[in-house]
Write a protein that binds this ligand. Structure first.
Ligand code: GDP
Ligand code: IMO
Ligand code: MG
Length: 429
């Protein structure tokens, strides 16, 4: 029996992690975010109410659960304030449920402005970031000049560190002609940030250990996806954090034995937002149909998501990188109308057939997919909750994906709502 489950994406994000975290939270007492920031957009659909969370863990709608933002998350106090107020307006008692690590690096308005200005200046070489300041904030963290949540509680030192940070960025702010909060405005704002954050700050590693010792169930919630990992993804078209399973420990403050089950969330097809190579991308009516039926628009930026066929080469590698225990296949219902389906089983590169992704974006961009065709089921799977309800061709498609990836689908998601799932193995069982 697993007492701790890590939920993460196996593709380029937006696999449906939020929905599944919300579902599994029914059985958990602690839900922990450990990397990324408000570049994430996790959608929860409960009845006729849709909630999109960017920073606060997707377990927050459940009573009696503690949601934690771990040290690996880059935290924008402005984004947090907006999210808290959105939830409080809906009657969610955030103060009772949220805890934040003092070691989270802050995303300040200058990081957001720098991210956007750099993207603009990069022209055709832009990454297609979410423009939320994620990259610049992680840069400051690694360079050891970041301001962290804890710094807000010693405002004299905060002001000194802020002046050093501003001095460091002065050249770039001038170079890109960036207008952002000046030093004095930000010093004043820091007083508000301190008031906002003070009630939430706690010793996160200690809290996780406490729950572990009590035998409580813990859920770790990844953001983005494996193919966006800064080391293992399609570099440089990636995010600025490690999105793979190993990051859950360093980004929250626990050891690897604190994670007993890794649930890899994967769409039954593929999507990507932003720039970068995408071997199975579709430019035809099948792609349009997936985009339309799957409502493939970014939950954070509203940008159209690029759509393509399932890529078994990438997913097999993603399972290996994360030590996946079982997969959760989402959005099967979106494929209900397609006549024929393709699955990418290998790549061709320079006349050779390869069964693993090459390193980096340049070689991946030169890969052509090798496809295997399967018939579509052209009947309804939306809302199915048992395998017997699924048409035979849909089951055959799922079984073939499992075979090619070498991993079982423990859950199949058949709609955006919390209870639209076929659950074969429950991760907490
Ligand atoms: P996340 O970032 O991984 O949490 O995923 P997003 O919330 O950005 O995007 C997933 C989208 O698909 C959301 O709009 C979900 O409501 C929706 N969704 C999740 N699972 C399913 C499913 O099985 N079927 C359908 N049709 N929609 C789903
Ligand atoms: P969730 O958690 C999909 C993508 C951006 C861009 C690249 C770098 O909802 O799955 P960044 O702003 O992080 O520097 O952008 O990463 N990206 C995501 N794509 N889902 C996400 O989060 C993403 N977060 C970042 O589109 O290509
Ligand atoms: Mg998303």
């Amino acid at each position: 029996m697993a007492n701790s489950v890590l939920v993460l994406g196996l593709q380029w994000g937006d696999e449906g992690k939020g929905k599944i975290v919300d579902l599994l939270t029914e059985q958990a007492s602690l839900v922990v975010r450990f990397q990324g920031g408000h570049n994430a957009g996790h959608t929860l659909v409960i009845g006729d109410e849709t909630t999109i969370l960017h920073l606060i863990p997707s377990g927050v709608l459940h009573e009696g659960v503690v949601c934690v933002i771990g040290n690996g998350v880059v935290l924008s106090p402005d984004a947090l304030a907006d999210e808290i107020s959105m939830l409080e307006k809906r009657g969610v008692p955030v103060a009772d449920r949220l805890r934040i690590s003092g070691a989270c690096p802050l995303i300040l308005p200058l990081h957001t402005a720098l991210d956007q200005a750099r993207e603009k200046a990069a022209g055709k070489n832009a990454i297609g970031t979410t423009g939320r300041g994620i990259g610049p904030a992680y840069q400051d963290k690694v360079a050891r000049r970041a301001l962290r949540v804890q710094d807000l509680f010693n405002l004299e030192r905060f002001d000194e560190k802020l002046a050093t940070l501003f001095a460091h960025h002065e050249g770039n702010l001038k170079r890109y002609d960036i207008e952002t909060d000046d030093l004095d405005t930000l010093k004043k704002r820091a007083r508000d940030y301190a008031k906002l954050l003070a009630p939430y700050v706690c010793d996160v590693p200690g809290l996780i250990e406490e729950h572990r010792r009590a035998g409580n169930r813990i859920l770790f919630e990844g953001a983005q996806g494996t193919l966006l990992d800064v080391d293992h993804g399609t570099y440089p078209y990636v995010t600025s954090s490690n999105t793979v399973a190993g990051s859950a420990c360093s980004g929250s403050g626990c050891g690897p034995n604190a994670i007993e089950y890794v649930l890899g969330i994967v769409k039954a097809y593929t999507t990507r937002v932003g720039e970068g190579p995408f071997p199975t991308e579709l430019f035809d009516k099948n792609g349009e149909e997936l985009a339309e039926r799957g409502h493939e628009f970014g939950a954070t930026t509203g940008r159209a998501r690029r759509c393509g066929w399932f890529d078994a080469v990438a997913i097999k590698r993603a399972c290996l990188l994360n030590g996946v225990t079982g997969m959760c296949l989402t959005k099967l219902d979106v494929m209900d109308t397609l006549e024929k389906l393709q699955i990418c089983t290998a790549y061709e590169l320079d006349g050779q057939t390869i069964d693993h992704p090459p390193i980096g974006a340049d070689d991946l961009a030169r890969c052509t997919p090798v496809y295997e065709e399967m018939p579509g089921w052209q009947s309804n799977t939306a809302g199915c909750t048992s395998i017997d309800e699924l048409p035979a061709a849909a089951v055959a498609y799922v079984r073939r994906l499992e075979e090619l990836v070498g991993m079982s689908a423990h859950i199949i998601s058949t709609g955006p709502e919390r209870n639209q799932n076929v659950i074969d193995v429950h991760p907490f069982s």
